[in-house]
Structure formats: C-alpha cells, structure tokens
Design a protein around this ligand. Structure first.
Ligand code: PLP
Length: 321
C-alpha cells in the first residue's frame, strides 16, 4: 500500500474533528471543532482555492500563462498563492487593509511567490474589524474587475460569489458527518462569516442531514448594521454574492455578534486548555457554539470550526494576548 503523497495538494482537507473537553462539560453538550488550520497553508481557504482553480480550469476560464487575481484580507490570498504557485500560475493579491491585518500574511503570500499590492489607506474603509471581511475587500474587488476587463489572461477567483467556494466547504460537512459517532444528529453549526461560503456550503449539507440544524453566523460586534437579519443586501459585481444570497434568503437562524476581547479571551483558553494555536475567529466561533448549546438544550451536538492559526496575527496585537 502506498503511504506517501506525491503532491501537497492531496493534504488539503480531511482535517481532524476534535471534541472539546472542558467546554463541552461546561455546556452540558458536545462541542466539536473542525481543525481547519491544519490545512497546508494554514487555513480553511485551501479547500476553496483548490476547488475554484480546478473548476475554472475545467470550464476553460483559467489556462497556463494566466494570472490569478483576488482581493483578500488574508487567508484566501494565502491559499491562492499556495495553490497557484504549485500549478504554475502568477498570482496577484490586492491587500485592502495594509498595516491592519498581520504583516505575516503578506510575507506568506510573497513567500509563495505571489505579488501583493496594498491599496492606499485613503481608498479603503478601516472601520470594519477582525474576522468580518466583506466590506473591507470592496476596493480590491473593484481593482480585480478592472484588471479582468483589461486583460483576457487574467482570472479573478471571485471568492465572494463563486459557487465553487460553497461547494468546497460542503466537502467539509461531508467529512464531519463521517467523523462523528454513527447516528449523531448535528443540532447546530456556527461559523464566522467572510464570504459566507463556509456557513452556506457546510451549513446546507448539515441541514440536508438534519433539517432542524440551526445555523448561526458569527461577526464581530463592530460589524456594519447592513448585515441585520431580515434586511435585504444588494448584489452587484463587487458586492454581495454568497453572503447577500444567504441574508436575503433568511438562510441563517441567527447572526451572533461577538466582542473582540471576548473572542481573544476564548482563543487564549483554547490554547491553554486544548493546545490549539488558533486565530481569534476560532474563539468567536466557539462562543457562538456555546450559545447554540444553550439554545438547543442539554446533550445537544454542535459543530464549529478553527479557520486559521494564530501565528499569522502576531503583529495584529488586538487579536493576540
Ligand atoms: C479567519 C477567518 N475565519 C473565517 C472566515 C470566513 O470564511 P467564509 O469566507 O467562508 O465566510 C474567513 C474568511 O475570510 C477567515 O479568514
């Protein structure tokens, strides 16, 4: 039997599912955490980078000699840089929060050989914070659109509206269902929202398994009010996408706002108690999972994810303690 892999791309996905000990006891429930930072480039976005690129290749939208472009505050840029390098594409990432998101992420992208262009601060809106990415990426998306229109050998991944994004995260749900004890009913799933691909893709598949599965979206307490439940979101070439569809369809059961300091405190607890060196969105997700446990009652099973690792945030001090 062959025990080695011949491409690191084969190591994307199939991440461990960890049952949290003390926190499950505290909640009188079962909280499972999908450790997505164990993907090769360190985040859940490896899944969508592989899927978006390979689907675009199959559809003839991406071919040798092309440049892959995207606007990203970090993890998607890193993942596209990683997969793009392996497949021989040039990768250009617009970074829309220079100096705000850890400089480490830029170094990881350039380390994989990508070009990173930082947009000038005056062109960007810095009032959005932490895990919530859709507004801050808008100026970069505008640039991607312009580049794509100017040059036919440019492919914009369009993570915020590309159906391959949610399709890739549906695979995560299928893995979760095979990792849980047989017969387990997943009562709820919580995921922080950037594009909405994880909540949509993973959530839809978990709900197909249990139609009563509650889906909680997680955003920082500072997230803009236009993400309120029941409020329509516009969808344009640079706006909306998966997130807008989800909000407009009433797909989520609740939007949970988490304070940055609470997320940091929980992330520290996870590090000390569970040995998880995860980024701050993991703490926010686990807090939302605890909320789900309260809402579902004793003995319930709830799943959430650890999207990325903490070592890409050392220079973003408010995310680390
Ligand atoms: C750290 C982190 N957590 C969560 C998410 C949310 O993922 P999604 O874009 O699937 O909503 C992202 C996406 O940018 C992220 O970088």
């Amino acid at each position: 039997m062959r025990r080695y892999i011949d491409s690191i791309l084969s190591a994307v996905g199939n991440t461990p599912l960890l049952r949290l000990g003390a926190l499950s006891d505290e909640a009188d429930a079962n909280i499972y955490l999908k450790i997505e930072y164990l993907n090769p480039s360190g985040s859940l976005k490896d899944r969508i980078a592989v899927r978006m690129i390979e689907d675009a290749e199959k559809e003839g939208k991406l071919a040798p000699g092309y440049t892959i472009v995207e606007s990203s505050t970090g993890n998607t840029g890193t993942a596209l840089s990683f997969v793009g390098a392996l497949k021989g594409y040039k990768v250009l990432i617009y970074e829309t929060t220079p100096g705000r998101v850890g400089a480490e992420k830029v170094k990881i992208m350039t380390g994989y050989g990508a070009e990173v262009r930082s947009l000038p601060p005056e062109d960007t809106d810095h009032t959005d914070k932490a895990v919530f990415g859709y507004k801050v990426e808008m100026p970069g998306r505008q640039k991607c659109l312009e580049l794509e229109r100017q040059n036919p050998a440019v492919w914009w991944a369009r993570q915020f509206s590309n159906p391959s994004n949610a399709a890739a995260q549906a695979d995560m749900a299928r893995e979760i269902l095979t990792q849980l004890p047989e017969g387990t009913v997943v009562g709820g799933f919580a995921a922080s929202i950037g594009t909405g691909g994880t909540l949509r893709g993973c959530g839809e598949t978990l709900r197909a398994h249990n139609p009563g599965c509650l889906l909680y979206g997680v955003v920082p307490s500072t997230a803009k009010k236009d993400l309120e439940m029941g409020k329509r979101m516009e969808s344009t070439p640079v706006h909306g996408g998966l997130l807008a569809d989800m909000v407009n369809e009433g797909f989520m059961n609740q939007l949970i706002r988490i304070k940055n300091e609470d997320a940091v405190t929980m992330t520290r607890r996870l590090r000390r108690e569970e040995g998880l060196f995860a980024g701050v969105s993991t703490g926010a997700n686990v807090l939302a999972a605890m909320r789900l446990c309260r809402d579902l009652g004793k003995g319930s099973t709830v799943v959430t994810i650890a999207p990325d690792n903490a070592d890409r945030y050392f220079t973003a001090e408010r995310y680390v303690t």
